[in-house]
Ligand binder design. Structure first.
Ligand SMILES: Nc1nc(=O)c2c([nH]1)NC[C@@H]1CN(c3ccc(C(=O)N[C@@H](CCC(=O)O)C(=O)O)cc3)C=[N+]21
Length: 283
């Protein structure tokens, strides 16, 4: 029986700290504010926007939305970003991914002020992450995984880790964060011959593929820690990358879906908004 790594508990602890900090800024006359920039109506982005706004409200951070139509151009998005860069009442901007395909992700994300870039979409922040600079903004999902490991007192030095999935928003930055913390990391992906060659010698396995129930008992060595970043729907229920029912009896520790990484992501996003206030105001 694996120990359950409870994302709700981790998120709650982080939100308490963020709320205190947001209230201190309010006392100094600064109202922390996040803007969610969304292009089109992609389902998981709308879900995240709603979840994020609810969390911001609970920690005394204001939030607002800028929603552009599905047929917007790269120039339209850049124009919206530049307006937000100039607006001193806005401290954090998260641009929802994925963008409609006519929009160049790299051209628009480069325009966002790195200090307001609370989900680290600007390559400047990704570059700082590679340097191991902890002052930089980090992408919230892999940062949420690190927050869970920190909460449960994991010492990552010398640990063997496998990250399954190499997306620019989750898998790759996840590998870098684990590497920065002293782990030895294998990052597998769609062209990997056999994930199991890596996972079966790992102490920590992070799965971030979106392939529902990809990870079963044949992937997991006895006692390993399994972190499930996947979030999809099966028979109408939130479902992760990990077949929880068969893995749970082998793993030493595991994050559930829901109530795992997803519940920490929005709290991390809020923590980065107060961090942005610090960077922008020097208070
Ligand atoms: N730039 C960008 N960064 C993202 O991180 C990003 C994105 N774009 N686009 C959309 C996807 C989807 N995603 C979700 C995260 C949490 C919930 C969610 O429902 N969270 C619940 C808890 C879920 C649980 O308990 O596991 C909550 O916070 O209350 C939904 C969706 C982030 N994404």
């Amino acid at each position: 029986m694996a120990k359950i790594l409870d994302g709700k508990e981790v998120g709650k602890a982080l939100k308490e700290r963020v709320k205190e900090s947001a209230e201190q800024y309010r006392e100094k006359g600064v109202t922390p504010k996040l803007v969610v920039l969304r292009v089109g109506e992609e389902k998981s982005s709308v879900a995240y926007e709603n979840a994020a706004k609810k969390v911001m409200e609970s920690v005394s951070i204001d939030s607002d939305s800028v929603t552009l139509s599905e047929d917007s151009t790269t120039e339209d998005v850049i124009e919206a970003i530049e307006k937000l860069n100039k607006d001193d009442s806005v401290h954090g901007v998260i641009m929802m991914q994925p963008l409609p395909e006519q929009i160049s992700r790299s051209e628009v994300s480069e325009k966002l002020d790195p200090r307001k870039d609370v989900d680290a979409l600007n390559p400047v922040n990704m570059g700082k992450l590679v340097e191991g600079n902890e002052e930089a903004m980090a992408p919230s999902t892999p940062a949420a995984v690190m927050e869970i490991l920190k909460y449960y007192d994991y010492d990552l030095e010398g640990v063997e880790a496998t990250v399954i999935g190499s997306s620019p928003v989750v898998g790759k930055p996840m590998s870098i964060m684990l590497l920065n913390a002293g782990a030895t990391v294998a990052n597998t992906h769609g062209k990997t011959k056999d994930n199991r060659l890596h996972t079966m010698k790992s102490d920590i396995i992070v799965s971030a593929t979106g392939a529902l129930h990809l990870v079963d008992d044949s992937y997991i060595p006895e006692g390993a820690t399994v972190i499930d970043v996947g979030y999809g729907y099966k028979d109408g229920k939130p479902t992760g990358d990990v077949n929880y029912d068969v893995v749970e009896s082998i793993a030493g520790a595991i994050t559930p879906v829901p109530g795992g990484v997803g519940s920490v992501t929005t709290a991390v996003l809020a923590s980065q908004v107060v961090k942005a206030v610090g960077l922008l105001t020097g208070k």
